[in-house]
Design a protein around this ligand. Structure first.
Ligand code: NAD
Ligand code: DAU
Length: 353
């Protein structure tokens, strides 16, 4: 792969993928992002001056813009991460999820198909459409068992239903039109540059600001956590070595109840900021999320056995790094939470693309 187009490259996981490509390989990257509330070019400061990096502000629902970007950059592969990604937002306002996750993926598939058909020789043979999916499409587990690549789809939230629809479209474009796709379904990510409305960054920032830590229900729902850099490495590996038409589950084998996660963050903060201890006094049990999935747990043996992937971080090492990152990067946090960054976007690009 010489040039990869990454959609959603200004988001949490997309920016980790872009930074890894630029910092650890000689691959060229074209970042295609609409810069919604969760897209942040400040997460790409360390690579934005590199001549192997290009940015296109565009909406994946815009067919003309997608066709033009494929033509202008002529990538060898596309990694599709652009999405509306927050379950709570999908419950209060599902429309954007239907539009970006379903219509947007459809538009991108059609644009990619036209582009792939125009290629010849080796570039055609090696072209890949890598779809980045979630474990939430499999629904909710009880106390036992794991999600495998064979688990039936049972999405429960507007977010997971829209992502499931996008996975089905990708599968159908492979089966019907022969588009060379690979799909990866991953568990909950955490790490630096995570927009502070998701559990882990929200808890770190609320705790450091002496605000309540809102734990839904009893805090006994279980998520399977993976450090974002480990996910990005897995994605690059699947793009390079994954078999066309196959799906790979990615997870870190780190099941924790939400309360365990919050208590771990509080314990690390007690150590790093002892003057404000105990941070655990801020825990506040609040109304549960409607339709809250009880447990997610990934069986990642296929990607481990077939492609040799292994996460480098344990939950203990990754969560410590994450808490430290948020304490050391107050500017990034200040800009995303104060709206200063949005004002800059509006000045730079003038409203929506
Ligand atoms: P994110 O919300 O941080 O980033 C999404 C990015 O997509 C943002 O940069 C945003 O500006 C961009 N975007 C949104 N709508 C767009 C549109 N219409 N056109 C172009 N760009 C648009 O999300 P994330 O957590 O980085 O997730 C990335 C992908 O990984 C998503 O597809 C998500 O479903 C999937 N995923 C996330 C997790 C997780 O734990 N965060 C786990 C598994 C899979
Ligand atoms: O499993 C993968 C999914 O993980 C991704 O597909 C999604 O894009 C990503 O957002 C994430 O979804 P979750 O709903 O699991 O993540 P979130 O951080 O919103 O919530 C994690 C758990 O914490 C969940 O059980 C709800 C709970 N929670 C969340 C928030 C924001 C709380 O208890 N309090 C909160 O304030």
């Amino acid at each position: 792969m010489k040039k990869v187009m990454v959609t959603g490259g200004a988001g949490f996981i997309g920016s980790a993928v872009v930074r890894q490509f630029i910092e650890e390989t000689d691959v060229h990257v074209v970042n295609v992002d609409k810069l919604t509330y969760s897209g942040n070019l400040e997460s790409l400061k360390s690579v934005s001056e590199c001549d192997r990096y290009a940015f296109e502000r565009a909406d994946i629902c815009d067919r003309g813009a997608m066709d033009a970007i494929f033509e202008r950059h002529r990538p060898d592969a596309i990694m599709h991460l652009a999405a509306e990604s927050h379950v709570d937002r999908s419950i209060s306002g599902p429309a954007e999820f239907i539009s970006t996750n379903i219509q947007g993926t459809y538009t991108l598939l059609e644009s990619a198909r036209k582009y792939a058909d125009s290629l010849g020789g080796e570039q055609k043979a090696n072209f890949r459409f890598h779809h980045i999916a979630t474990d939430e499409v499999y629904g909710s587990l009880g106390d036992e068992g794991f999600f495998t690549e064979e688990t039936a789809y049972r999405p429960n939230s507007p977010y997971s239903a829209s992502k499931a629809a996008s996975d089905h479209l990708v599968r159908a474009w492979h089966h019907t039109y022969g588009l060379p796709v690979v799909t990866t379904n991953c568990s909950n990510n955490y790490g630096p540059y995570h927009f502070p409305e998701k559990l882990i960054p929200l808890m770190i920032l609320n705790a450091t600001n002496g605000k309540p830590l809102p734990v839904y229900g009893k805090g006994d729902n279980i998520r399977d956590w993976l450090y974002v850099e480990d996910h990005a490495r897995a994605l690059r590996l699947v793009l390079e070595k994954g078999k066309v038409g196959e799906t790979y589950n990615i997870g870190g084998n780190n099941e924790k109840t939400n309360l365990e996660v919050v208590e771990t963050i509080c314990a690390i903060l007690d150590e790093l900021l002892p003057e404000a201890a105990p941070h655990g006094r801020l825990v506040s049990f609040v109304k549960d999320r409607p339709g809250h999935d009880f447990r997610y747990a990934i069986d990642a043996s296929k990607i481990c056995d077939e492609l040799g992937w292994k996460p480098l971080e344990t939950f203990e090492s990754g969560i410590r790094k994450t808490v430290q990152w948020y304490l050391e990067n107050r500017d990034w946090v200040e800009h995303v939470t104060s709206g200063e960054y949005r004002n800059w976007i509006d000045r730079q690009y003038g409203g929506n693309p």
